[in-house]
Design a protein around this ligand. Structure first.
Ligand SMILES: Nc1ncnc2c1ncn2[C@@H]1O[C@H](COP(=O)(O)OP(=O)(O)OP(=O)(O)O)[C@@H](O)[C@H]1O
Ligand SMILES: [Mg+2]
Length: 371
């Protein structure tokens, strides 16, 4: 006999964040699955009955496997990532503040970037993202972290990034007060270590990371009596970088040892380029800036042309969706597109007045100036 009752719902509720396999006996009868009061929770915490048995005293015991999704992100079901649980039965709730929230949707034109990154983390624990500035690499790392319920430890690498920043140091006099660097904290606590602009790091600093990047790696703190810090079971690493070239000043070819340790490289590109206009990008710009559809389309059209010319080496910068949203925001505030472009897209692209004239002309082909 199966009975649905209040007592049972209490039991289940109490267990909702507890380990995932549990048994429920209530009085002489048992059982429970599908109680109305649990419906909402069940949508985000699916349960399946894995076994049931009648005991000699006539009671029935049931084992229920509660599958807890990786995160409570509202976008969780928009991406096909449910089969890659990056922290099964492990909660990062104690690092709640480091888990990103409300990250906007990430659009692509069929490249499935989110799924590919989550898959790379699931199988290899780390991956590299490479692409020109403004293609959404940082954005997607935050989104993946939110979708997977993982804290983010972030280092914006540059020439001044030191081994102290990454690994740690003693502060004050003597050897009493050790402070973990970002990488050491991540190794101990887990989550996503995000090394932004990784190819700007000095070689000797990057080399310290090599042992950590072996997928089951560890770090030996030579500075701290050779303490060995093991990589957390759910410690993932993402590198992001602009392709090595003269125009991204400060970039260097990535150290070969580090390159070899990264199994997956994901190339990023703009969604709309040249004649190819992504309707999803237009829609996103319209939603985020509130401009009308026609203006949104034209702004993306200008952006796509600037990106095309940037890729051909004719202008020094290709605008990101974020840059175009800033432009649209000033239009929505009451400026004409040409005036709003002056202090956003035109000034942003270059300080050089000749280049600025070129950009102005490109914009005027889409937004002609009133005569
Ligand atoms: N595909 C996309 N979907 C949604 N937003 C995007 C997308 N691409 C870029 N953006 C937006 O463009 C802006 C720039 O993105 P982001 O900073 O992530 O670029 P990036 O690739 O990390 O650039 P950089 O190499 O300069 O660090 C952000 O506001 C981001 O939200
Ligand atoms: Mg970035």
């Amino acid at each position: 006999m199966v009975r649905y009752g209040k007592d049972i719902s209490k039991v289940v509720r109490r267990n909702i964040y507890m380990p995932c396999l549990f048994h429920i006996y209530i009085g002489d009868v048992l059982l429970v699955y599908g109680h109305q009061g649990l419906k909402e929770k069940q949508e985000s915490s699916r349960m399946t009955i894995v076994s049931s048995a009648q005991r000699p005293n006539g009671k029935i015991s049931v084992s229920i496997n509660k599958e807890r999704p990786m995160s409570q992100s509202p976008l969780y079901h928009k991406y096909d990532i449910q089969k890659y649980d990056l922290h099964p039965n492990y909660s990062f709730a104690h690092l709640y503040d480091l888990i990103p929230k409300d990250t906007p949707y990430y659009i692509d034109s069929g490249q499935h970037y989110v799924e590919r990154i989550v898959r790379a983390l699931y199988y290899f624990k780390q991956c590299s993202l490479i692409g020109p500035s403004g293609t959404g690499k940082t954005h997607i790392v935050y989104l993946v972290a939110e979708l997977c319920g993982l804290p983010v430890w972030e280092v914006n690498c540059g020439l001044s990034t030191s081994a102290y920043d990454l690994i740690g140091r003693f502060i004050g006099l003597g050897k009493e007060n050790w402070i973990d660097g970002m990488v050491t904290r991540w190794l101990r606590e887990g989550g996503i270590m995000y090394l932004d602009e990784a190819n700007m790091m000095k070689q000797d600093v990057a080399t310290r990371l090599n042992p950590v990047l072996d997928t089951r790696g560890h770090l030996v703190l030579n500075e701290k009596d050779n303490e060995c810090v093991e990589r957390h079971k759910y410690g993932y690493l993402i590198l992001s970088m602009n392709p090595y070239s003269a125009e991204f000043s400060g970039t260097k070819p990535l150290n070969a040892a580090m390159r070899r340790r990264m199994a997956v490289w994901i190339n990023f590109d703009y969604t709309s380029v040249g004649e190819q206009i992504s309707s999803v990008e237009v829609e996103l710009l319209r939603k985020r800036s509130k401009v009308d559809e026609d203006t949104a389309y034209k702004i993306i059209q200008c952006g796509a042309e600037l990106r095309r010319q940037y890729k051909a080496g004719d202008v020094p910068y290709g605008p990101s969706l974020g840059d175009l949203i800033n432009w649209a925001t000033l239009v929505q505030d009451g400026n004409t597109p040409n005036v709003a472009a002056e202090e956003t897209i035109i000034a942003l692209t270059s300080d050089n007045s000749e280049v600025q004239d070129d950009i102005r002309r490109i914009i005027e082909t889409v937004f002609p100036k009133p005569q």
